[in-house]
Design a protein around this ligand. Structure first.
Ligand code: F0G
Length: 466
């Protein structure tokens, strides 16, 4: 089978460098672990020409308005890179020297109005950008198309990641599309079957390690120094570049009028870092005139960033031993904590935590809106309720939630919730009775018309009013 990478002559070579987020060291190349050769901290991609050219875009000197109309026009094109909701914004991405793009038509995700959830949260206007509508069902695809394309271009045979499930599903798909092999390291028993099954079907070599996500990531960091595998976790700064486009596309969908708040779940903290980087770059390039506040919500049982900010003033990471049913964000030692801390500072955002029950309730409420998401994504609505109560989100302010994963990613959680046995035998069990109004358990009946009619009539009497 020939690799299905797509030559894309429209992608221009661009000037970018690797910039250490701590010591500021600049370089043109990196080591396989994507760590600063001087101090060992994380790297980010910087575009030196942008700083020189101020409001105009890099090199070509086109204005912010030119960029906006170019991106709009590409919606009419059928070129593969233009059909991608990531590569459509390629002027703000590091471009490939030889122009190879591995794409599954990622991005182009919907921005949904959420009137019922707005009422519940107590805000006049709420929308959700649903990254779970990406090809493999999560926001990871936006970053993966960029990182996988660069890995493919560099000629890597193997790409690898540690994952709580979504990264591995996405990476396996892009590896297959780019003619590469993929190695997946996941914590045994702690990822959903849906995600695991995706990696298997896309052909990954899938290893379930007897450890947690943090243990998998530690092992991967050592592995890439010993074996010719290329790591595609969000430590890889190309992933961050791709994930930036979520925010660019969101601004385009909002006619370049930023909302007052964007709220995102926090796990390994790559996504919040990417959204923050995009917002700052868009402001610096004159694409938007003000910054939304970007807030990060974590599960109480995986609250490393919350504790890092509250107990150490954001100066050093406080790791935790993570435990939550939102397995996607069951992470205790987030790699990008420093980037995320800076993004919160730069945008004036908040960092909050929510309980397991608050998350389960919010997930059911997002589902009842006809949208749905996986548990980790639902922390955004649960967090918003808290931020409204605290007065951080004020009356009249506009809010966008980032829903990171599709409802179908974790059917066990959803089924257990509706059957009423989510958290059975745990300390949260008694709190769940308060949520019984949200439950819609399946009903087993004899296959007779009478039985179904009687059930329908009963339900009609008790149906919640719209
Ligand atoms: N939401 C979902 C659905 C996720 O899968 C993840 C992370 C997050 C939120 C948190 O994003 O790590 O950028 O802060 N999932 C990773 C994975 C860790 O391996 O799939 P983050």
């Amino acid at each position: 089978m020939p690799p299905s990478a797509i030559p894309e002559p429209g992608v221009r070579p661009s000037e970018f460098r690797f910039h250490c987020i701590d010591c500021g060291h600049l370089s043109d190349s990196t080591s396989p672990d994507y760590r600063c050769p001087r101090c060992g901290d994380l790297l980010e991609i910087s575009f030196p020409e942008w700083n020189k050219s101020g409001l105009s875009s890099r090199a070509s000197g086109v204005s912010a308005n030119d960029l906006k109309s170019t991106w709009k026009q590409r919606r009419l094109s059928s070129a593969p890179a233009d059909l991608s909701g990531v590569w459509r914004f390629r002027e703000l991405l590091p471009a490939l020297n030889d122009g190879y793009v591995v794409t599954l038509r990622e991005g182009n995700t919907p921005l949904y109005e959420m009137p019922q959830c707005a009422r519940i949260a107590g805000v006049p206007h709420l929308a959700a950008k649903h990254q779970g509508m990406n090809p493999t069902g999560s926001f990871k695809d936006a970053g993966m198309t960029v990182a996988a394309s660069f890995a493919h271009h560099a000629g890597y045979r193997w790409i690898a990641c540690a994952s709580t499930g979504n990264t591995s599903a996405s990476m396996a798909a892009y590896a297959a599309r780019g003619g590469m092999r993929s190695l997946v390291l996941v914590p045994e028993g702690k990822i959903s079957w849906s995600k695991l099954s995706q990696a298997l079907d896309y052909g990954a070599l899938t290893c379930q390690l007897r450890t947690d996500f943090d243990g998998c990531l530690r092992l991967l960091q050592e592995l890439v120094l010993r074996a010719p595998v290329h790591q595609l976790n969000s430590i890889n700064p190309f992933r961050i570049e791709g994930q930036k486009t979520l925010a660019i596309e969101l601004m385009e969908q909002m006619e370049w009028q930023p909302p007052d708040h964007i709220i995102v779940p926090g796990g390994n903290l790559g996504n919040s870092s990417a959204i923050g980087k995009a917002l700052l770059e868009m402001r610096n390039l004159g694409l938007i005139s003000r910054l939304p506040k970007l807030s990060i919500i974590q599960a109480e049982g995986a609250n490393a960033l919350v504790r890092t900010l509250r107990e150490a003033g954001g100066k050093r990471l406080i790791s935790v031993s993570a435990e939550t049913r939102a397995t996607a964000i069951r992470i205790g030692n987030p790699a990008s904590w420093k980037k995320a801390t800076r993004v919160l500072e730069a945008t004036g955002g908040a960092c909050e935590q929510v309980s397991e029950v608050e998350m389960a309730q919010a997930k059911a409420e997002i589902g009842a809106e006809g949208i749905g998401c996986e548990p980790a994504s639902a922390v955004t609505l649960a967090g918003l309720k808290k931020l409204v109560k605290q007065g951080f989100v004020k009356a009249g302010e506009t809010v966008v939630l980032i829903l990171t994963g599709n409802l179908l990613k974790d059917p066990d959680f959803t089924m257990e919730f509706h059957r009423g046995d989510l958290f059975a035998g745990s300390p949260h069990e008694s709190e769940m009775t308060a949520l019984s109004m949200l439950r819609r358990p399946p009903i087993v009946l004899d296959a007779t018309l009478d039985e179904v009619l009687r059930t329908l009539e009963q339900a009609d009497k008790t149906a919640p009013s719209g």
